[in-house]
Design a protein around this ligand. Structure first.
Ligand code: GAL
Length: 339
């Protein structure tokens, strides 16, 4: 019996395999379920970002643990070599209000970049809260990015400053590191209603240059460079509530970008999730692009889940298959659906 079969190439599923029922799947990623770390606690890395150093991935994200001090904001860091088993490293940010933002300040969607020149790790985060000059009910009026740095990937990051990138309102942020190593911040901006892709300065401590403004009201911006094309995914602006995420493609980061199209059946609202990042795993046989998304639980944030799935991608098309447990072979780069 043929235990493995390829999905039809017409569906651009070249790297996704079906695994045999009962087949050994030691590193199964289970979209939507709790994801225990090495201590058996659900990973707290919501709205996260991932960087790879050598053969190790580091996942940073909002740590919304129920027992956190409500006066502080936390970012946790985990490491993994297979993207399935995650070891808790540190609460790399445990921050009391750093600039008198007031009790309602927020720190969301942290993203860490490693700067080769300065040998520093630079964390960008969405910093927000009511502004002294606006309606106090508007908790997202500051619209800034904050920066914190560290000499080691999982040390205690030191908060430096906050600002509006390119002088513009910035809310959800995303990170993109191109194949040549150049680092970009993606940020949603109003009132222009769209998102920017902007290059970081040499030391990564500033956002230097607008590369593109994509005029579409989308946030949760995620970008991947795959087989000669850039693919961007974003979600509509519906707060914690899920919506139908969309994608567009472009031959270069500066565009021109196609119209946005659904990444999944729109009625599923991206299977209840919101985009945060895409990562590309290139192995000996295949390159898999993983869609990383958050399934938010606004009232029990610590229990918010993750939807990670290998995408069907290629030739300008992108599709999020219905979430199912799957495994990833780091050697071959092949993703395997567990039946
Ligand atoms: C979402 C955003 C989250 C968080 C939330 C608050 O749109 O992606 O990061 O800011 O709104 O309502």
């Amino acid at each position: 019996m043929n235990l493995l079969r390829f999905f039809p190439p017409a569906l651009m599923l070249g790297s996704i395999l079906l695994a045999a029922p009962g087949g050994a799947a030691p590193q199964t990623i289970k979209p939507g379920e709790t994801w225990p770390d090495d201590r058996g606690r659900h990973v707290q890395a919501h709205g996260g970002g991932i960087i790879k150093l050598g053969d190790t991935y580091f996942w940073f994200g909002e740590d919304r643990s129920e027992d956190n001090d409500p006066g502080k904001r936390y970012v946790a860091c985990y490491s993994s070599k297979d993207l399935a088993h995650w070891t808790f490293r540190n609460q790399v940010i445990k921050l009391s209000d750093p600039e008198n933002f007031g009790p309602k300040w927020v720190l969301e969607r942290p993203k860490v970049f490693y700067n080769e020149k300065t040998k520093k790790f630079v964390m960008y985060m969405h910093i927000d809260g009511p502004s002294p000059t606006s309606d106090p009910r508007n908790g997202y009026a500051l619209a800034r990015v904050g920066i914190a740095t560290c000499d080691t990937v999982d040390g205690d990051y030191q908060y430096l400053k906050s600002f509006r990138p390119l002088g513009l309102e910035s809310r959800d942020i995303g990170q993109f590191i191109d194949d040549d190593g150049s680092a970009y911040l993606v940020f949603e901006s109003r009132p222009k209603r769209g998102f920017y892709i902007a290059r970081l300065s040499d030391d990564y401590l500033d956002v230097e240059k607008e590369v593109c403004f994509i005029r579409s009201p989308l946030e949760g911006g995620a970008i991947v460079h795959y087989d000669g094309l850039y693919y961007a995914i974003g979600s509509r602006l519906t707060g914690w509530a899920p919506n139908a995420n969309k994608y567009a493609t472009a031959p270069s980061l500066s565009g021109p970008w196609t119209e946005f199209q659904d990444i999944a059946p729109p009625e599923t609202k991206t299977y209840g999730s919101q985009s945060t990042m895409m990562i590309k795993v290139a192995g000996a046989k295949a390159t898999t692009v993983i869609f990383m998304a958050d399934i938010w639980k606004p009232k029990t944030q610590w229990d918010s889940r993750y939807l990670w799935m290998p995408l069907e991608i290629g030739g300008g098309k992108l599709w999020l298959p219905e979430p199912r447990p799957w495994t990833l072979d780091m050697e071959t780069g092949e993703a395997r659906i567990v039946e």
